[in-house]
Design a protein around this ligand. Structure first.
Ligand SMILES: C[S@@+](CC[C@H](N)C(=O)[O-])C[C@H]1O[C@@H](n2cnc3c(N)ncnc32)[C@H](O)[C@@H]1O
Length: 473
């Protein structure tokens, strides 16, 4: 039956489905899913003579029907050695690092593996890099979509699983694939190291995993969730990782990742995350910092005479942070600049540690020290974002842009937040941000460098261009 043969769902019914999908799988359906979901649901309603509520109740009890439904609402696009630079990072940096720890085995997880190409790529690369070294490895592959997992287990792949990105690792697949009519079939040896399991990353406890992971690939999936769900899932994944383990997202998703236990790493222009070592020690350190911070606040409050008499100009602050330039003429003013700079560093640290309350306190102090500027609104936006208040975050980023329309960090996160709501608006926002970034880079400006958490502005431009490409398709 063609799409047009079924009437479109009522907006009200689509909203009911959206809440069902969000609560059960964490996926945010947008208006772009409307036509496809309408068609699927109406065909099923006609099949069962159900109304929508009855169909959703039926789904909860009927696994087979739920699998069909999940297949209709998920995007399973994937291919072998996708974003091949990640595999280069594994080969040249991560595997040698893990070997140096004198481990005897490593555990890898492809956390939303779809039809399995990512898990197979990981397994063949591990085979290539580790087999001769008497180093054992296992690759777990999980996904919500059991129909995709069935495809994976059939071991049959079409030409669509091979793209030019990934071509340089194609030679690793050849020993494990045999021609099967116009397709390729996986040889049985590959299954020795692969463990395939259904998993709803939001709802499941992950209890079927035997031990901590050393490498996790969780790529091209965060985009279907909102900030709150990302945060919940990320916490669960990080809990399952060993200290010092590695976590990969697609490069366009990296700026969505905020987690106090993860530090960002860079290797030849590719970004990934490593779980901080010794989590317990870290907690003690955070506690110590908290005590020190409270002490400083106390001193600052008691020395109210020392409060800056003159508000600091933001450009002077930038001169101080970025160019280390100080005009020693006005001692009192320089002290104020110094205090504001220390305060700004603390805000960024608290945001990094996802400590919403502390970062808000500090930002409040900071805003009393400096003349109003776009960075204050941008930072409130960042804090609201880690606090999962997307509406407020959006308002603040907008205010930052009203203050300074060239404030590209605010424009960038505004575009990222829009991804969850409206891809056309988001495409427009990424295009505007990319233009701003090009002007900023052409000027050779470093104005916002302290906000970039170790990334450079070219990286943000690259992410914008990736999203523009994806959303244009
Ligand atoms: C675009 S594919 C990503 C495949 C692969 N990781 C890659 O980068 O090529 C996204 C996958 O996320 C899965 N997914 C969506 N929500 C999920 C959830 N709540 N739990 C587990 N998997 C989920 C979908 O079923 C889909 O297979």
């Amino acid at each position: 039956m063609k799409n047009s043969e079924y009437p479109q769902l009522m907006q009200y019914d689509f909203s009911t489905i959206k809440s069902f999908v969000y609560n059960r799988y964490g996926i945010v359906l947008t208006n772009e899913h409307y036509a496809a979901v309408s068609h699927f649901i109406n065909s099923r309603l006609a099949n069962f003579s159900f109304i929508i509520q009855k169909y959703l109740a039926f789904l909860e009890k009927n696994r087979e029907e739920e699998c069909l439904f999940i297949d209709a609402i998920t995007v399973c696009e994937t291919y072998f050695f996708r974003e091949e630079k990640h595999f280069k990072i594994l080969e040249e940096h991560v595997f040698p690092y893990l070997e140096s720890l004198e481990k005897k085995s490593i555990v890898i997880w492809s956390a939303a593996c779809s039809t399995g190409e990512e898990a197979i790529s990981l397994s063949t690369l591990a085979h290539f890099c580790l087999e001769e070294k008497e180093f054992s490895y296992k690759v777990y592959a999980t996904d919500l979509n059991e129909r995709a997992l069935e495809c994976f287990k059939s071991g049959i792949f079409t030409q669509n699983s091979f793209r030019s990105d990934g071509e340089s690792y194609r030679f690793l697949l050849n020993p494990f694939l045999q021609k099967h009519h116009s397709h390729w079939k996986l040889r049985d040896e590959i299954w020795r190291t692969l463990y395939v399991h259904p998993c709803n990353l939001l709802k499941d406890t992950y209890s079927f995993f035997p031990c901590g992971f050393d490498i996790v690939f969780f790529r091209n999936t965060m985009i279907y969730f909102n900030c709150e769900t990302r945060h919940k899932i990320l916490n669960k994944i990080v809990d399952k990782m060993n200290d010092g383990a590695f976590l990969f997202f697609s490069s366009s998703e990296v700026p969505m990742v905020f987690h106090p236990s993860l530090k960002v790493m860079e290797y030849e222009g590719g970004y990934f995350f490593q779980k901080r070592e010794m989590e317990k020690e870290k907690k003690v350190q955070i506690k110590k910092k908290q005590i020190e911070f409270d002490r400083i606040r106390l001193i600052n409050t008691s020395l109210s005479d020392n409060k800056p008499s003159k508000k600091v100009d933001f450009n002077d602050l930038i001169d101080h942070i970025v160019f280390k330039k100080v005009d020693w003429g006005d001692q009192k003013y320089n002290e104020s600049v110094f205090q504001a700079m220390e305060s700004l560093k603390k805000i960024l640290k608290w945001i990094d540690l996802l400590s919403v309350q502390n970062s808000r306190f500090e930002l409040y102090d900071f805003s009393r020290m400096v003349k109003e500027n776009e960075i204050i609104f941008h930072l409130y936006g960042m804090i609201s974002m880690v606090d999962n208040d997307e509406g407020k975050a959006m308002e603040y980023f907008q205010k930052a842009l009203e203050y300074n329309q060239e404030c590209w960090p605010a424009s960038f996160y505004k575009a990222m937040l829009m991804l969850e709501k409206d891809s056309i608006e988001s495409l427009h926002a990424f295009k505007i941000c990319a233009e701003m970034l090009r002007r900023y880079i052409a000027k050779g400006s470093d104005k916002y460098i302290f906000l970039l958490a170790g990334f450079d502005s070219k990286y943000f431009l690259d992410v914008c261009e990736k999203w523009i490409n994806k959303l244009t398709k």
